[in-house]
Design a protein around this ligand. Structure first.
Ligand SMILES: Cc1ncc(COP(=O)(O)O)c(C=O)c1O
Length: 398
């Protein structure tokens, strides 16, 4: 028989694919699941999602919407009733006046990172981002050909930004500053004074601020502050928030950005080109999430706080570990420098040998070396089990 085409042609990826990063949590989850399939018992402290179920009233609203025919395409920027509810919610919580045209609803918070960077950054533009930080920032900046400029979050500053360092990093090529508070992975929270100084450092330069506030309702001490609330900042800000963490809706895929209307139009165009729209019935559930009872959010936050205390207290008893008490989100970020182990090697050993899945601090950037991230989105019973296992492993190996 004559060969017409080669059976397996060479895969020629676009060069930009070499610059795309990843989120290690998903890889560690796969590895942990593979170990479980071999019969191992693993405590999962790697993935960043609430272990609670979505509150019943939200599930009802979503399933009711399916029965009522919300099964069709909707507008790319989101359904008017949810844009309206989000505008009201953000106006109240951030103390600024937001209109529905300034809201774009997307499938999860992540696409706001992707679309904002895609819309604003071109070759050589500089983006300042927190490191250690959510890995998707650096991945997307590199992917679009921007220059990723890390600002180190230091333990001795409670993992907040060093304002002098920030001032030194801002220059004429800076186009975007990314903030994240409460922060993943450190649990650090920016104070009102920090935000005022950051706003002053940005001044009237041509710099946008992507303020990732996906953990805004998971705060353990004091209250959440947004840079968007400061006079003159609203027009410079893209606020990222969503439903995943606040209402335990990670699998529903729904988040939003709030930004000036002229930018919102372009972000909606990116939606038209990629997803068409966010699923309609989930948006109906989103209205219920924002307008319905909020007790479950407070209960979840109180539970995370209890678990944080157990985890931090336990880690501080383990030789070589020292851990600050995070002020928000649901992660703890212990310093493991005294163990003498590199972060990745220690995380791998804890999974393979102790059956505890955690992430290396380096999964969040180079400045995460010397740290591990444990998620406390697991029961106190399992957190105690993990602490016992890590303690026993350390005793045997260090
Ligand atoms: C800081 C930060 N931003 C954004 C996201 C994305 O959230 P979503 O699942 O809604 O896309 C996450 C998820 O872990 C996060 O930690």
């Amino acid at each position: 028989m004559t060969t017409v085409v080669a059976a397996s042609p060479e895969l020629r990826l676009a060069k930009r694919m070499a610059r795309l990063g990843t989120e290690t949590a998903f890889e560690v989850l796969v590895k942990a699941r593979a170990l479980e399939a071999e019969g191992r018992d693993i405590v999962h402290l790697e993935i960043g999602e609430p272990d609670f179920d979505t509150p019943g009233n939200i599930i009802e609203a979503g399933s009711d919407a399916l029965h009522k025919g919300f099964t069709h395409y909707g507008p790319s920027a989101g359904m008017p009733q949810l844009r309206e509810a989000i505008a009201q919610y953000v106006s109240t919580t951030r103390g600024v006046s937001v209109s529905p045209e300034e809201v774009v609803i997307v499938p999860g918070g992540k696409p706001i990172i992707f679309f904002s960077i895609l819309a604003l950054i071109q070759d050589g533009d500089e983006v300042i981002y927190p490191n250690p930080g959510f890995p998707i920032y650096e991945s997307m900046i590199d992917f679009v050909g921007g220059k990723a400029v890390p600002i180190q979050l230091r333990e001795e500053m409670d993992f907040r930004l060093d304002l002098e360092e920030l001032k030194g990093l801002i220059n004429d090529r800076t186009r975007l500053l990314i903030l994240n508070s409460p922060q993943n992975p450190t649990g650090g929270v920016l104070t009102q004074q920090d935000l005022e100084e950051i706003a002053r450092a940005v001044g009237d330069r041509d710099i946008m601020v992507l303020t990732d506030e996906i953990y805004s309702r998971l705060i353990f001490e004091g209250e959440h502050h947004s840079i968007m609330s400061l006079t003159g900042m609203k027009e410079r800000c893209i606020l990222l928030d969503g439903f995943s963490k606040t209402y335990a809706m990670t699998g529903w895929r729904m988040g939003y950005g709030v930004m000036r209307p002229d930018l919102a139009t372009h972000i909606a165009r990116l939606m038209t080109n990629s997803n068409s729209c966010t699923a309609s019935f989930t948006q109906v559930a989103g209205v219920e999430a924002l307008r319905g009872p909020q007790e479950s959010v407070d209960e979840m936050c109180a539970e995370f706080k209890k678990r944080r205390d157990v985890m931090v207290g336990g880690l501080n008893q383990i030789k070589g570990f020292s851990c600050l008490s995070p002020k928000g989100a649901f992660y703890v970020f212990p310093n493991i420098k005294q163990t003498g182990w590199r972060s990745k090697k220690l995380a791998d050993a804890l999974l393979d040998e102790a059956g505890v899945a955690a992430l290396s601090g380096t999964a969040f950037g180079d400045f995460g070396e010397g740290y591990l991230r444990f998620s406390v989105a697991n029961s106190i019973e399992n957190i105690e089990k993990a602490l016992d296992r890590v303690g026993a492993w350390v005793q045997k190996n260090l």
